[in-house]
Design a binder for this molecule. Structure first.
Ligand code: HSE
Length: 430
């Protein structure tokens, strides 16, 4: 008899796991009506017994009871982190189970290996929820845009930091206060350091880059800066100059080079990515046929990510039911070089903390000029003779290596009282 039922096991009942289970049970009949397939959650595991307690009859005593279970077709891994998740996913594939995961840290590190094992065992891997929550960017890049040569991806890919930067801008509150609220709302990772340090964005841009360009770069090869050092004063000065500060993941292909970077960025207030507020994400994609395409939606939170998990579960269930293994749009392997970060060119925002006395600007400008950095504008709002004041400077496009060299020299001047704040500025990203 043809198989018409699919059984899934869920490992991890945190924010995404519990939203997924709740919503899936609630929508099961609608999904059956739409697809003709009955999909059941048959086992659930979490090492936190309290989280598990609400699932009564579904409780598995161990993750092995799911990954080794003959009756389970799809394992949904929602524990996050790398080591345990890698073990459970590997065992599940080994035992011929398809896997759905939201784990960007894992896919950005072991994606190639996991996809290879899955192809060998003729099972499927769904990872839509790993990038940009509810936005179907993985599906779009792999399927909808399959006929395109993708050249650029720019994204606001972390809801927590976008929420923090928006709160700091609108409510003029501190970074710490905004972070507490983001945690309370359930946007932050279990370890919010991953969000704040930019590493969550880095995992996501590495995955998008991989599926678009065919080379999975190691995270330690790319430059990642978070929002730890963004102070209200910078948000305020940027605002006065007509800019917002956003944490961007950027991946761009030029010939055989890929540029991948994650850092806070000044964007003109009128730029469409500046209008992405709160927990929302946006992903901008450029391709030869599509031209310019922009995706926007909720990037964090249990329901948003849970919606993508449901989508993967249903799609994989349909493939399993169809019996013939359908090779996924596999990612062509390409050998590409990473552009050294020192070679990137962009505009810059500098905040110097300098003594307010004659000749200081001349000294700073001389060093910048000697390093081929051309000044676009300068503002000094405070007047505090002989004391340290903030001086804000915007530059024309300059090379990163020249900027680093110049700022190191400037920081050594006796009139400079704190290390200079450097934020990159992008005017023409789209
Ligand atoms: N912590 C992540 C974010 C959640 O803030 O975007 C989804 O990856």
């Amino acid at each position: 008899m043809d198989k018409k039922n699919i059984n899934i096991g869920v490992i991890g009942c945190g924010r995404v796991g519990s939203s997924f289970i709740k919503n899936f049970i609630y929508k099961r009949n609608i999904i059956k009506e739409k697809t003709g397939i009955e999909i059941n959650i048959s086992k659930v595991f979490d090492k936190d017994k309290e989280k598990l307690s609400k699932f009564e009859k579904l409780i598995a005593k161990s993750p092995e009871e799911i990954v080794l279970n003959e009756n389970i077709d799809i394992v949904v891994e929602l524990i996050g982190g790398i080591d345990d998740a890698y073990e459970f996913i590997s065992k599940a594939i080994e035992n011929k189970k398809s896997v759905v995961t939201a784990n960007k840290a894992l896919i950005s590190k072991y994606g190639e290996e996991i996809f290879k094992k899955a192809r060998e065992k003729k099972v499927y891997i769904g990872f839509e929820a790993s990038v940009a929550g509810a936005i179907p960017i993985i599906k779009s890049l792999r399927e909808s845009f399959i006929g395109n040569k993708i050249t650029k991806i720019v994204g606001i890919l972390n809801g927590t930091t976008n929420y923090i930067l928006s709160e700091m801008y609108y409510k003029e509150i501190s970074f710490e206060k905004a972070l507490i609220e983001a945690k309370r709302l359930g946007y932050a990772e279990a370890n919010p350091e991953l969000d704040i340090s930019g590493y969550d964005t880095a995992h996501k841009i590495l995955i998008l880059s991989y599926i678009s360009f065919g080379h999975l770069f190691s995270i330690d090869k790319i430059t990642v800066e978070g929002i730890n050092n963004i102070e209200p004063i910078d948000i305020n000065f940027a605002n006065q100059l007509g800019y917002r500060i956003k944490l961007l993941g950027i991946s761009r292909k030029e010939d055989n080079h890929i540029e991948i970077r994650v850092h806070p960025t000044l964007l003109p207030k009128s730029h469409i990515l500046s209008l992405v507020e709160g927990v929302n994400n946006a992903v901008y994609v450029e391709g030869d046929l599509i031209g310019k395409s922009l995706f926007y939606g909720e990037g964090a939170g249990g329901d948003a990510a849970g919606s993508s998990v449901i989508s993967d579960v249903v799609e994989i269930s349909r493939k399993i039911i169809s019996k013939n293994f359908i090779e996924e749009n596999f990612i062509p392997k390409r050998v590409l070089n990473l552009k050294p970060f020192e070679e990137i060119e962009t505009k810059y925002y500098f905040r110097f903390t300098a003594i307010d006395k004659p000749g200081v600007l001349a000294k700073i400008s001389k060093i910048l000029g000697d390093n081929n950095i051309s000044i676009l504008s300068v503002i000094q709002k405070q007047d505090n003779p002989k004391k340290a004041v903030p001086i804000i400077m915007l530059t024309h496009k300059a090379k990163e290596k020249n900027v680093i060299k110049a700022i190191n020299l400037i920081n050594k001047l006796d009139v400079i009282k704190n290390p200079t704040v450097i934020i990159r500025l992008e005017q023409e990203l789209m």
